[in-house]
Structure formats: C-alpha cells, structure tokens
Design a protein around this ligand. Structure first.
Ligand SMILES: [Zn+2]
Ligand SMILES: [Zn+2]
Length: 207
C-alpha cells in the first residue's frame, strides 16, 4: 500500500509542486509551511511532536524516487487520488468565487431595482405636478375671463349711469323751475362737453 503523505500544517498532500522538508524528529512538512510556522510560533518546536528544533537540523528538501513517471504513474491510484483531491480543492475555490459573484450580482440587481422604483416615483410626481399646473392654468384663464366680463359690466354700468343722469337732467328741464334749470346749466360749465350736453337736451326736447 503506497504512503499518502501530507503536510500536517496545511493538510495538503505532498506533490512535486512544493518542496518537502524534514525535522530531525522525523516529521515532514512543506518547507514553506515550516518556515511560516517558525515565523509565527513563539518558540521553534516541531508542529507535530513539539520537540525543540534548531533550524540547522532541518533537511530543506527531500527527494522521493517515484517509479515510472511515464509508464503507469498516471494510472497510479495514489497519484490520481492526489490529483482528484487537488481538483476538488480548485473546484470548491471556484464555486466559492462563483457564489461571491452571484451575491454581488444580486446586490447590483437590488440597487438597480431600487433606483428604477425611485425613478418611477419621481416620474409620477412630475406627472402629478404637470396635472396640477394645467388645472391652475385653466383656473387662471377662467379668472381672466371673469375679470374681463367684470370690466365690461362696469363699463356698461358707467354708460347707464351717464344715460340716467341725462334723463334726470332732461326731467329737470321739462318739469323744473327756471332757477333749477339755470343752476343745472351753469353746473355744466363751458367747453365741448357742455355744448354736447346742451345739444342732447335740444334734440330730446324736439322729440
Ligand atoms: Zn504544508
Ligand atoms: Zn516531530
């Protein structure tokens, strides 16, 4: 049964990609893992058996004679298992990446949805304001019409009042005493208006 040795620091199986180191206690680790361990550990001991270690006694690189690189090694179940484990690790990393990206995408979608909603509400508000504006414009037009009608009515009232005054004066001329007529005519004063007024009286009396 072949040995499926692995590094107890990182739990990866040994392969050709990374150097394997050994301590004098006999335990083996990836060389990089061991260096990292010594950098972070308070004192230099074997990660597995806790024996004191001096860096001088580390064998930096072990050489394994693995039979038949070309023939049969690819069919070696150990080798295939290692490869499979490595692939599984790669796959799980990719899956994690994929999940992260999916989550990010969902976040972006949410943001877009929210902004769409905001835009819709702003559009709606604009529509309402425009409607209000047109209502106000209509009211304004109506009020303007009212105003011009009022103006016309006032004009008419003034005209009627003048006419009324003329009739009243005519009444004085027809029925009044001489003194009253005199005072009325002298109230008219002199000028074009007075002349017009007097001619109106004359024409009316003729009728
Ligand atoms: Zn390792
Ligand atoms: Zn040891």
């Amino acid at each position: 049964m072949p040995i499926r040795a692995y590094c107890t620091i990182c739990s990866d199986f040994f392969d050709h990609s990374r150097d394997v180191a050994a301590i004098h206690c006999g335990h083996t680790f990836h060389y990089e893992c061991l260096l990292q361990w010594f950098q972070t550990a308070p004192n230099k001991t074997c990660p597995q058996c806790r024996k004191q270690v001096s860096t001088r006694h580390i064998i930096n690189k072990l050489f394994f004679d693995i039979g038949g690189e070309g023939e049969g090694s690819s069919a070696d179940p150990e080798c295939l298992q290692n490869e499979l484990d490595r692939m599984k690790a790669v796959l799980s990393t990719k899956e994690r990446d994929w999940r992260d990206r999916l989550k990010m995408l969902e976040g972006l979608k949410e943001t877009v949805d929210r902004q769409k909603k905001d835009l819709d509400s702003v559009r709606k508000e604009i529509g309402e304001k425009e409607m209000l504006c047109s209502v106000l414009r209509k009211q304004m037009k109506y009020l303007e019409n009212q105003q011009s009608e009022t103006q016309a009515a006032k004009e008419e009232a003034r005209r009627l009042r003048t006419k009324m005054k003329t009739y009243e004066s005519l009444d004085v001329v027809l029925q009044g005493q001489r003194a009253e007529v005199e005072s009325m005519i002298s109230d008219m004063g002199v000028g074009q208006a007075a002349v017009e007024q007097l001619s109106i009286f004359c024409i009316s009396l003729k009728k």
